[in-house]
Design a protein around this ligand. Structure first.
Ligand code: NAP
Length: 307
C-alpha cells in the first residue's frame, strides 16, 4: 500500500520517521511503503528511507504520479479556502483513496462535504484535535451513546500562558516565554484569539454531536485583554464548550472541583458527557511527534478496518 505524504515539515518528518522506526515491529506496516513525499518545493520519491529524487510538481501531480492508496496530509492550514488540501481530499475520496490528516483547516471549513465522500476511501483525523491524545478516536469507541456536552482545553499555547499568569507573570512576558520554548508561533494570533480552539471544537461537534457547522458559525473569544488577577484559588481557562444550545470558545473562571482546573501548562483535556456517562481524557495536545502519532495511529486503525 502506497502512502503519499503531503507536507514535509515538523509533523511530516516525524511521521515518516515513525513509519521507518516501527516497520518490522508491526504487522499492519508490513505492506506499507512511502510512495512519495511532496512539499512546496516539489515531489520526493526514493528508496527505503532515503527521499532525495526531486521531481517538479504540486500535490496533484504527486497524486497522479504516485497513485497512492492513502494520502497523509501534514500541510500547513489554509483557512481561506482549505486548499490545496480540500481539493486533494475530494479527489482522493472520490477515487476510493483514504485520507489521514493533521491539518484542521479543510475539516473546520467543510466537514460534512468531506464526510459525504467517505466510502471505500476512509478518513482519519485524530491528529487535528489534541494530536496523539485520543479525542476523535476516543469518540469512535463510545458507540451508541449520545454526546450531550463537550468541554475542553484544546489549545496548549493559551493554557501555558494562563498558567504562567496564574503564577504571577503578566500576559506579555508569559507569551514571550511560550515563544522561547517553541509553544507559540512567531505570530500567535490564531492561538491567542481562540480561533485554533474554535477550529478544533468545530471538528468535534460535527463528528460527535452530528451538527452541521463550520468555523464561521462558532463564537470565539480569546485570552487577549485578560488581566491575570485571580481571586483566591480560582483559575481562568480558555474553554471550548458545546451543548445542544451553545457552541463557544471563551475564557471561564474555574474552581478546584472542576477537573479542567487541574490541567496546566501545554497540556490539553477533553470532557465528553453522554447520556450514559462522562469520560475525561488529558494529554499533550501538540508537538510534532504527538501530531505524527495521531496520523500514525489512524494509519494502524485504518489497516485494522476500524476507521
Ligand atoms: N506541529 C504541531 O504540533 C501540530 C499539532 C497538531 C496539528 N498540526 C498541524 O499539522 C500540519 C503541519 O504542521 P507542521 O508543524 O509540520 O508545519 P510546518 O513545519 O510548517 O510544515 C508544513 C509543511 O506543509 C508544506 N506545505 C504548505 N503548503 C503546501 C502546498 N501548497 N503544497 C505542498 N506542501 C505544502 C510545507 O512545505 P515547504 O517545506 O516546502 O515549506 C511544509 O513542508 C499543520 O496543518 C498543523 O496545523 C501541527
Amino acid at each position: 500500500m502506497k502512502v503519499l505524504v503531503a507536507g514535509y515539515g515538523n509533523v511530516g518528518k516525524a511521521f515518516v520517521k515513525l513509519i521507518f522506526e516501527k516497520k518490522g515491529k508491526l504487522e499492519e506496516l508490513k505492506d506499507i511503503e512511502i510512495g512519495g513525499i511532496v512539499n512546496r518545493k516539489g515531489i520526493m520519491v526514493g528508496y527505503k528511507d532515503q527521499f532525495t529524487v526531486d521531481i517538479e510538481g504540486d500535490v496533484f501531480t504527486a497524486y497522479e504520479k504516485i497513485k497512492p492508496d492513502i494520502v497523509v496530509d501534514t500541510m500547513s492550514a489554509n483557512y481561506k479556502d482549505g486548499n490545496p488540501s480540500l481539493s486533494l481530499y475530494k479527489l482522493a475520496l472520490k477515487d476510493g483513496t483514504s485520507v489521514i490528516t493533521t491539518n484542521k483547516a479543510p475539516l473546520a471549513l467543510a466537514f460534512n462535504e468531506i464526510m459525504g465522500l467517505v466510502g471505500k476511501g476512509r478518513l482519519g483525523f485524530q491528529g487535528t484535535v489534541m494530536s496523539g491524545t485520543p479525542s476523535i478516536n476516543l469518540l469512535r469507541i463510545l458507540p451508541g451513546s449520545e454526546v450531550k456536552r463537550i468541554r475542553g482545553i484544546l489549545n496548549g499555547t493559551t493554557n501555558f500562558i494562563l498558567t504562567m499568569m496564574y503564577n504571577g507573570q503578566p500576559f506579555e512576558s508569559a507569551l514571550k516565554e511560550a515563544q522561547r520554548l517553541g509553544y507559540a508561533e512567531e505570530d500567535p494570533t490564531l492561538d491567542i484569539n481562540g480561533f485554533d480552539a474554535a477550529a478544533k471544537l468545530t471538528i468535534l461537534v460535527n463528528f460527535a454531536m452530528k451538527k452541521s457547522v463550520t468555523i464561521r458559525d462558532i463564537k470565539f473569544t480569546g485570552i487577549q485583554g485578560i488581566k491575570g488577577a485571580y481571586d483566591g484559588h480560582k483559575k481562568v481557562k480558555l474553554i471550548a464548550y458545546a451543548d445542544e444550545n451553545e457552541i463557544e470558545v471563551s475564557p471561564k473562571v474555574l474552581t478546584p472541583e472542576d477537573p479542567l482546573y487541574h490541567i496546566d501548562g501545554v497540556e490539553n483535556a477533553l470532557e465528553i458527557m453522554t447520556d450514559i456517562q462522562t469520560t475525561i481524557i488529558r494529554g499533550p495536545g501538540a508537538g510534532p511527534i504527538n501530531a505524527a502519532y495521531g496520523a500514525f495511529s489512524d494509519l494502524i486503525l485504518l489497516k485494522r478496518n476500524f476507521i
